[in-house]
Design a binder for this molecule. Structure first.
Ligand code: ZN
Ligand code: ZN
Length: 380
């Protein structure tokens, strides 16, 4: 388990429940935002191309031997907003490279993993800037409890019902075998070709170790693998993105035959460019996801500045690594075979939001006819 220091109380309660549920050994690694800032203030400039490889290799070794993974998010989404963008970008690239072996095992769902949120004072004050820290924390916890169904009278039953509903959508979309999705809205006219043999997923996931898990809590999305070479058009982000502590706002990009060929943003453009230059696959899509505008996270009307929440409030795309499980018979395919079918490869996987109540989505059939999938952000 990883957790921000401020999530100590939640981490302890999860540890207690994990042992009661039969976990053999719970190891928690705490992340300290203050220490991250000290690095940016005082570490030598030459050190920003380094990452603790031994640490990420340790995570990969743990996953390879069947260790489950739980990440608590809640670090300050704007922690590095005032740091030198070039340094932030370099640190991100180094971190992406070092964490590649671990990310690969996660993306393959080799083990069961879950990301859950904890309110922290810095995050709460960003979401509710006009409230006292105490009120902001309490409002953020309310939002978290509602979005994660923790406030339901029977949360486990509520999750079963919810994942069943998501799985019904997944079945419908898998029956359609669309060749592409077409997004249209203000600043957006984007055709996203889907990978050959793409598979829609959503809700709970069966990991390769045979354990069912819900990777993201909250989760409102159904998602699949785009074809890395078949994305064309322009797209505008509909929510700001907090990427490794930097804020990137009003992203506008143009895709040509799968790759981003033009990119700009009103804030964080240098970090955005650094992200796109990580490797060849960083300019291509690895995920496309549909989320109705009426999702409970969107309906809260709150901008969370945290991808775990905001990506469940709007349809989104992710630049970078594809989920290898989002392909039919993925178990029997090699990386090369998945790549040949259109699944992207990259060191990064960065989701950003492109859906809203003003965005329509069409499904394009193999014979080029089309049908409405979403109108004004809602399922047709
Ligand atoms: Zn997603
Ligand atoms: Zn994603």
């Amino acid at each position: 388990m990883t957790a921000p220091l401020e999530a100590l109380a939640l981490a302890r309660r999860i540890t207690e429940q994990a042992y009661k549920a039969g976990a053999s050994l719970v190891t928690t690694l705490f992340v300290d935002d203050e220490a991250t800032l000290l690095r940016f203030r005082y570490a030598s400039d030459t050190m920003f191309d380094r990452a603790p490889e031994w640490f990420y290799n340790g995570l990969a070794a743990a996953y390879a031997s069947g260790t489950a993974r739980l990440a608590i998010t809640g670090s300050n989404p704007a922690l590095l907003a005032n740091e030198e963008p070039a340094k932030v970008a370099r640190a991100n690239v180094a971190m992406s490279k070092a964490s590649r072996p671990a990310l690969e095992l996660i993306a393959r769902h080799e083990i069961n993993w879950t990301i859950v949120p904890s309110a922290t004072p810095a995050w709460a004050k960003l979401v509710f800037p006009n409230e006292s820290e105490q009120d902001a924390m309490s409002h953020l916890w309310d939002g978290i409890f509602a979005a994660t169904r923790a406030n339901a009278s029977d949360p486990v039953a509520a999750w079963k019902k919810h994942t069943t509903a998501l799985e019904r959508r997944v079945d419908i979309l898998n029956g359609k075998r669309y060749s592409a999705l077409h997004f249209r809205g203000p600043g957006t006219d984007l055709r996203v070709g889907l990978a050959d043999d793409h598979l829609w997923l959503g809700g709970a996931t069966m990991s390769r170790n045979g354990i069912r898990c819900i990777p993201n809590m909250p989760t409102e999305e159904v998602f699949t693998t785009p074809h890395k070479d078949r994305v064309d058009g322009v797209v505008r982000s509909t929510k700001p993105l907090s990427y490794q502590g930097a804020l990137i706002e009003n992203i506008e990009v143009r895709f040509e035959r799968g790759s981003v060929v033009e990119a700009r943003s009103t804030q964080g453009e240098q970090v955005l460019r650094g992200m796109l230059d990580t490797d060849e696959g960083a300019r291509k899509l690895g995920e496309v996801a549909l989320v109705p505008h009426s999702s409970p996270v969107a309906a809260s009307g709150i901008l969370y500045w945290n991808t775990l929440f905001d990506e469940n409030a709007a349809s989104h795309i992710a630049l970078g690594q594809a989920y290898s499980t989002c392909m039919r018979n993925s178990d029997s395919l090699s990386t090369e075979e998945r790549f040949a079918r259109g699944a992207n490869e990259s060191l990064i996987h960065v989701d950003w939001m492109i859906g809203s109540g003003e965005v329509d989505v069409d499904g394009i059939n193999a014979d080029r006819s089309s049908e409405p999938v979403m109108r004004r952000g809602e399922w047709v």
